[in-house]
Design a protein around this ligand. Structure first.
Ligand SMILES: [Zn+2]
Length: 259
């Protein structure tokens, strides 16, 4: 790992620090990830201290949705938004809310785990302990599982969504699966919009690139009467899958780079 990171530093530049974005609950103060379910090898170890010792530079750690939000707010689709909600539709669902670029946090700097809002019933418990969490039904993984039922079983996981997207116009079952997915993404967004009142919502993660295939039902799900409607522009992340890495680097730069 040490060699790989040093090789990424351009010739003539010095590594000033490292920013890490990690899924799930992160203890920023202790530099520890508490996410055995999706990051077993990196959880419950003193990751920040370990990387600092090996690379001899300061290291910060943040939740991955928070750093993706910071990346998109500074350099991407949420540039300059006063109240920006970021939702990442990936393996799970991550979300972060920024007010004037600063992340909304809970006690001890904790990041709200908004992918774990229970929104449906009858599907069993999530690994977080709640039943029917948003990410159980509206993550990219959930979309993949829905679409897979309508494709040959030997299609590799990575190709499920692109292949389904290419046949959406001629396969009504796939059309319906994207519609269902849009409604489920919208149901969770509606809750977050009601709570946070964002002026801009940025959708990231690999499913966001297919927003054009599910946005109609998504908008239907967040529709309200005028007095209750939340006027939040919805954009696809501009930094793509790199939003988190760029955001983590920006946070590290803010803290460690000499100006
Ligand atoms: Zn959950």
């Amino acid at each position: 790992m040490v060699g790989t990171i040093h090789r990424l530093v351009p010739l003539g530049d010095t590594l000033a620090g490292i920013g890490i974005g990690a899924t799930g609950p992160v203890d920023r103060g202790a530099g520890v990830i508490h996410n055995f379910d999706t990051l077993p090898k990196f959880s419950e170890i003193r990751l920040v201290a370990e990387v600092e010792t090996r690379l001899k530079v300061p290291v910060i750690i943040e939740n991955d949705a928070v750093v993706a939000a910071i990346g998109e707010h500074r350099l991407g689709a949420g540039e300059g938004a006063s109240r920006m909600l970021m939702v990442t539709l990936g393996t799970g669902i991550g979300a972060a809310f920024l007010v004037n670029g600063e992340p909304f946090r809970g006690p001890n700097g904790m990041h709200p785990e908004t992918g774990h809002i229970p929104i449906v019933s009858g599907i069993g418990r999530c690994y977080c302990g709640a039943e029917g969490c948003w990410e159980q039904v509206a993550s990219r993984s959930a979309l993949q599982a829905m679409l897979r039922q309508h494709l040959p079983s030997d299609v590799p996981a990575k190709e499920v969504i692109p292949l389904a997207a290419a046949s959406v116009g001629r396969n009504p079952f796939i059309r319906e699966a994207f519609d269902t997915y849009g409604s489920l993404v919208g149901r969770g967004l509606s809750i977050l919009h009601t709570h946070y009142l964002p002026s801009v919502t940025v959708l990231g993660g690999s499913a966001a690139a297919y927003l054009h295939l599910f946005e109609e039902k998504l908008h239907r799900a967040i529709e309200r009467t005028p007095a209750f409607a939340v006027a939040s522009a919805i954009h696809v992340a501009r930094l793509g899958d790199e939003a988190g890495a760029i955001g983590a680097a920006l946070v590290a730069q803010d803290q460690f780079a000499k100006r």
